[in-house]
Design a protein around this ligand. Structure first.
Ligand code: AMP
Ligand code: GLY
Length: 425
């Protein structure tokens, strides 16, 4: 079978790597891909913002399975367009992807279905915003309604700064694009968990949990990024808590979407805060996480293609996933200056030495290939990922490998997973 993957990041590299391991797969094509993906798949140019162009790629390739990586094409209706042409695609329709593409939609949905989440108000005017802010105690969380690549959330220490942030989102001063809706939300405290599930619209199968590190700086300081590293262990969630999250969050979400005639199939990514009152939904994503996918897929022993096909065919109820016990960790190497501006086109060395460290896979997030030379091509450049019997060993392997990699200004956090290590008895 030929598999086509849309996207160009570390998530897509990990997906391509996992798909290529399936004995059923004869060819992997990625549009547009990156320098690392090009080593295991055929890359074809594509603009992820242009649904018609992506459809043309799919029609030319006629793959047996299409996987959509990023949120933007999902929110633009790529799945609907491919389904209309009779193509087999893994991912939610545009209406279902609104769980990610509109925070206002997601919050109202959560409330309608009594799924635990922070108290909130959805505001459409500055006057509504000012009134809503009065009802919350600082710190107050102010969120853009639409997709914002992790930059749409402001945590405000006073009502005045919350109102300023809301105004900034309405006028476009904060994100560039003016927002129609702004969500004001109660501040939640606790550990964050990325709880990803596969679903065919009826059955829900959890993947192993992961914890992302969103801030650029060590000790969770500095601005938010797309994710600087992640780890996954069995100990992160005990079976009782996993069952609670399935029964109170993941399954009611999938059931609610089906009841509302917008059945959700694909990956339901529940971004959870583990608060003193129990798990609460911070956000939904309608896709695999990045860099969560790199760490999660390194632990997957089952055939990913079988599982994704079951989501398309409505047969996920017959599937159970096998995972390697132990742990995995991914440390992201980024360009100097990220998440602000940064240089690209810098040569990277040490990649093959890093890949030889036992248990390590080097997934490329933002790279390009010029002849045989791999160059930097994004803010997040590489996700050095390792699996091992324990989290300590997985981190040791990932850090041993990343130390072998060099490009001008390379930066990575030295404390990925450290909070989990400290918590251990
Ligand atoms: P989101 O895009 O909604 O996941 O928000 C991005 C990040 O902002 C989350 O991963 C949290 O770290 C933080 N965040 C979002 N909502 C809240 C909240 N209600 N309380 C505390 N932190 C939050
Ligand atoms: N790692 C966060 C995300 O994929 O949205």
């Amino acid at each position: 079978m030929k598999v086509l993957i849309f996207g160009s990041g570390g998530r897509e590299h990990a997906l391509a790597w996992a798909v290529a391991r399936s004995p059923r797969v004869t060819e992997v094509v990625c549009a547009p891909g990156n320098g690392g993906i090009a080593q295991i798949a055929r890359c074809v140019p594509a603009d992820l913002k242009d649904v018609e162009a992506l459809v043309r790629v799919a029609e030319a390739e006629r793959p047996g399975l299409i996987i959509v990586g990023p949120e933007l094409p999902l929110s633009l209706g790529i799945v609907d367009a491919l389904q209309e042409r009779g193509l087999r695609v893994f991912g939610p329709t545009r209406a279902a992807a609104m769980l990610e593409s509109s925070k206002g939609f997601a919050k109202r949905f959560l409330q309608r279905h009594k799924i635990p989440t922070a108290n909130y108000a959805v505001c459409t005017t500055a006057a509504e915003l000012e009134k809503a802010v009065e009802l919350f105690h600082p710190p107050i969380v102010v969120k853009a309604d639409g997709l914002a690549a992790g930059k749409g959330v402001v945590i405000c220490q006073s009502r005045r700064t919350a109102i300023e942030a809301g105004h900034g989102l309405f006028t476009g001063a904060l994100l560039g694009d003016a927002g129609q809706q702004v969500v004001v939300e109660e501040f939640l405290e606790g550990d964050e968990i990325s709880f990803l599930c596969l679903t065919d619209g009826k059955s829900v199968v959890p993947l192993v949990p992961a914890q992302d590190h969103k801030r650029i700086g060590e000790g969770d300081t500095g601005p938010n990024t797309g994710g600087m590293g992640v780890y996954s262990t069995d100990a992160m969630l005990d079976p009782h808590m996993t069952e609670w999250i399935m029964h109170h969050i993941a399954e009611p979400t999938v059931r609610g979407m089906a009841e509302e005639d917008t059945p959700f199939s694909g990956v339901l990514y529940c971004g959870l805060m583990m608060t003193a009152r129990g798990p609460q939904v911070l956000e939904f994503n309608a896709r695999f996480g990045d860099p969560e996918t790199q760490a999660i897929l390194l632990r997957l022993e089952s055939d990913l293609v079988d599982a994704l096909e079951a989501c398309i065919d409505g047969t996920l109820g017959e599937i159970s996933l096998r995972w390697s016990p132990g742990a995995s960790a991914c440390v992201v190497a980024s360009s100097a200056g990220y998440p602000g501006s940064y240089k690209t086109g810098l040569p990277i060395t040490g990649l093959s030495d890093a890949a030889r460290v036992p248990g390590v896979q080097v997934f490329h997030s933002g790279t390009s290939k010029l002849g045989n030379q791999i160059l930097t091509g994004g803010g997040r450049v590489l996700g050095v990922t390792a699996a091992a019997p324990s989290l300590e060993e997985a981190l040791m392997r990932a850090y041993e490998a990343i130390a072998l990699i060099e490009f001008e200004g390379v930066y990575y956090r030295r404390d990925i997973g450290h909070r989990a290590l400290k918590r251990k008895p």
